[in-house]
Design a protein. Structure first.
Length: 325
């Protein structure tokens, strides 16, 4: 059965509890566990998680099916949310595998580390003036990750946060790079998830590096159709849209250049439990070895264009790549 992957079509336990409200969630917690949001591992299973983002779910499904093809049992915990929700779960051992994005993952742990050392701060540290490379991101991740976690070799594919504007706006105001937004002569309205305020490339980072004031318009669909609509209908000046999203080409959007390297490289990077079975590691490595930027854009286009479910998209791609029989 086909379904739109940009919608909240398949509710997770978290989504259902959120809909019930705090009182009902507390009642369920009293009847079952102390933590109603915890992942309950089935014995002998490898737990694969995903973000609340259609493209991330497709990658997670690729990992899950490739692992199953090796004869292992997989438990899916998809659409968990953003890092603030799922990283504590993988750190606690409740999740074994989740597709990540190198630069954002590194900046998250840098912020956690800085907060632990100096106390809470407004946003994260601003990156150095020289852009960081994908290789440097991977090297630093191996150093900074909590005990019990590791990253596997990243894919060539990346899915960058990007500052997108309409082509009409780019031409009217001469917008080529993020810094050109200062030429608007006012605060710039931007559609993005609410978590954007805490990112290094959020309002504080953009102000420090490029001298641009950002006013956030929260749109909680991770750069999805609501975010795109807010941009194309003129509700906002700019939007945070992921670089592999087919909506960029479909809507003729322009991605503003980031010459200062405010947004670190976001290559698809498997974050896994250090004790993950070697057979599962082998399966994930095989997926990442074939997942380049063009392949990821094609996978995403099958979701947004053909409205196929992640499991169908993943099964077709794995078979075409010869990774499953």
């Amino acid at each position: 059965m086909n379904r739109p992957n940009h919608s909240a079509a398949r509710p997770t336990r978290r989504a259902m509890l959120a809909g019930l409200g705090a009182g009902a969630a507390a009642l369920l917690a009293g009847c079952s566990d102390a933590n109603p949001f915890a992942v309950h591992r089935r014995e002998g299973s490898i737990v694969v998680g995903s973000q609340q983002y259609y493209s991330n779910e497709i990658i997670a499904e690729l990992f899950a099916q490739a692992i199953e093809a090796k004869g292992l049992t997989v438990q899916r915990e998809f659409r968990i949310g953003q890092r603030e929700a799922y990283l504590p779960e993988i750190a606690s051992g409740s999740i074994d595998v989740i597709p990540e994005y190198g630069g954002n993952l590194l900046q998250y742990y840098q912020r956690v580390s800085a907060t632990a050392s100096t106390g809470p701060t407004q946003g994260a540290a601003i990156p150095a003036a020289s852009p960081i490379t994908a290789e440097a991101v991977q090297e630093e991740l191996t150093r900074i990750l909590p005990s019990g976690l590791r990253v596997l070799a990243p894919a060539k594919a990346s899915d960058q946060d990007s500052f997108a504007v309409t082509r009409a706006s780019a031409e009217e105001h001469g917008l080529i790079s993020i810094g050109d937004l200062a030429g608007l002569g006012r605060a710039v309205s931007m559609a993005a998830n609410s978590e954007f305020t805490a990112r290094p490339y959020g309002p504080a980072g953009v102000r420090t590096v490029y001298g641009v004031d950002i006013e956030l318009t929260p749109v909680e669909d991770s750069g999805g159709p609501l975010t795109v609509k807010a941009l194309t209908d003129g509700s906002v000046d700019v939007a945070d849209i992921y670089s592999s999203d087919p909506a960029i080409e479909a809507n003729g959007l322009v991605i503003l250049e980031d010459p200062a390297g405010l947004i670190a490289p976001q290559r698809v990077t498997p974050l896994v439990a250090e004790a993950l079975a070697p057979t599962a590691v082998e399966a994930i490595d095989a997926v990442c070895a074939r997942l380049d930027p063009g392949e990821l854009r094609s996978l995403n286009a099958r979701s947004t264009g053909e409205q196929l479910a992640a499991e169908v998209i993943a099964a077709d791609w794995l078979a075409a790549q010869g990774l499953v029989s």
